[in-house]
Design a protein around this ligand. Structure first.
Ligand code: PLZ
Length: 449
């Protein structure tokens, strides 16, 4: 397998450079953002003060001609590069053939081919089936529906620091109140929260953390009421928390022993992001059901639930679906993206980026004790900012650093229950030079604060 030529992928022939020709936002972006303020509700906020007009490789270009280094991939979506030429061509070809029939009315091969690819690529050598949806939240909701139907039980176990979406059920499943849940209740019932493994903050081994979680589940819910345990193998929005070794396998083992469906939410960790096609592989687990979205279709809205055929088939005919689920254009984009993931060296590139990120960020940590932790896998790696004397989360410093980076033309995202994590989710199409330049800007921001 050859490594990608990072200069030849990722959309329109954009100069792969950081280039600031105005302060951000420039006048044209400012004009568009003023229209946003008038036309779009406050609830739909944004963190980078630009209006994007093009993106590809490792950059996003704005309406004033500023070119920003992209270390966020639109929250882990444009993993193979924005407007990837193979994806763009597949979209154009499919759009010219047909744009929609509704898969529940007249099925088409593109959907079925995506299902076959996911059945093949997801961990576990057992027979699998896949249903397609539009968003990560919708995939998680459907995984819950399927698990409940299969088990005939009501309760769903989610975890501290978990994030699963913004619909009513997925708000209930999500841990963090602000900004995701505050004022939006009442929430769906029969959702219970178990403690996570958070090595930097709890100091527990994987086995200890799993025993603690299982005790909570058994005492407060009971296995015989539990349909599913739902967890991100690495918490995304919650702070890129990598569980201690052995935590996830112990939870899976408990699920198997108790007839509970284990659902992995790989919406953020999926599709080569962590250096394997799915993060579950790195923890040696085979989920019963896996929810995917984000990177799956190179930027088009598509999501999936893939899992054991006998669980997926528990639902009556007509019980699953939706007008747009598995839209043919999104499926054509996914088939092109999956081809790139499999054949253009994406796993190796994610691993290389992970090595580079860890090297640079570990060096920063050695020099600056406000970086309490460097963690993550592959191109999903983060730093947690703390007060060095108390280890208390430092959200103010985190926000200041992120803001300074953005002002200097580097798109970084924050995350974490305590808002004290900067996460790096670069497109795999970024060059080492551009990634290093982005990290230089982070280092400079840190030195200046
Ligand atoms: N599960 C693990 O990361 C989406 C949310 C951004 P949708 N994460 C980004 C925001 O503030 O809304 C996500 C995720 C995990 C589910 C979801 C939900 O995916 O496609 O946004 O619905």
């Amino acid at each position: 397998m050859t490594l990608i030529d990072v200069t030849s992928v990722g959309g329109p022939a954009l100069a792969q450079e950081r280039r600031l020709v105005t302060a951000l936002p420039g006048p044209r972006s400012a004009e568009i953002l003023a229209r946003k303020a008038d036309a779009v509700p406050t609830g739909v906020a944004h963190t980078v003060p630009i209006a994007a007009v093009a993106a590809g490789g490792g950059v996003v270009v704005d309406a004033d001609g500023n070119s920003l280094i992209d270390l966020g991939s639109g929250i882990a979506v444009t993993t193979i590069g924005n407007a990837h030429p193979k994806v763009a061509a597949a979209i154009a070809a499919q759009a010219a053939r047909f744009t929609h029939t509704c898969f529940m009315i007249s099925p088409y091969e593109e959907y079925i081919a995506v299902a076959e690819a996911l059945n093949r690529l997801t961990p576990g050598s057992f027979a699998k089936k896949t249903a397609l949806f539009n968003s990560g939240a919708e995939a998680v909701e459907n995984a819950v529906k399927i698990a409940r139907k299969h088990t005939g039980r009501p309760a769903i176990i989610a975890f501290e620091h978990g994030y699963h979406g913004r619909t009513n059920l997925t708000m209930a499943l999500t841990a963090k109140a602000m900004p995701y849940k505050s004022g939006f209740g009442p929430f769906a019932p029969e959702v219970y929260r178990a403690p996570l493994s958070y090595p930097f903050r709890d100091g527990l081994s994987g086995a200890e953390a799993a025993a603690r979680a299982i005790a909570v589940i058994e005492k407060q819910v009971g296995a015989d009421s539990t349909a599913a345990v739902l967890i991100e193998p690495i918490q995304g929005e919650g702070g890129f928390i990598v569980p201690a070794d052995g935590f996830l396998p112990a939870i899976v083992e408990w699920c198997r022993a108790n007839g509970v469906v284990f659902i992995a939410d790989e919406v953020q960790t999926g599709f080569a992001r962590t250096g394997t096609m799915f993060a579950s592989e790195q923890f040696g687990i085979e989920p019963d059901l896996i929810a995917t979205a984000k990177g799956i279709a190179g930027g088009l809205p598509l999501a999936a639930v893939t899992g054991r055929a006998e669980i997926m088939d528990a639902t009556h005919a007509g019980g699953l679906g939706g007008t747009y689920g598995g839209n043919p254009i999104a499926c054509a984009a996914a088939l092109a993206a999956i081809d790139v993931f499999e054949n253009d060296g994406m796993l190796q590139r994610a691993q290389q980026i992970g090595t580079l990120l860890h090297l640079r960020l570990n060096a920063l940590q050695v020099a600056d004790s406000r970086i309490g932790d460097v963690r993550g896998r592959g191109a999903m790696t983060a730093i947690e900012f703390v007060d060095p004397t108390t280890n208390a989360p430092d959200a103010a410093l985190t926000a200041a650093i992120a803001k300074a980076c953005i002002a200097q033309g580097v798109i970084v995202l924050t995350c974490g229950t305590f808002g004290n994590v900067i996460r790096f989710l670069p497109p795999l199409a970024i060059s080492d030079d551009l990634l290093n330049e982005g990290l230089d800007v982070v280092a400079a921001a840190l030195a200046a604060h």
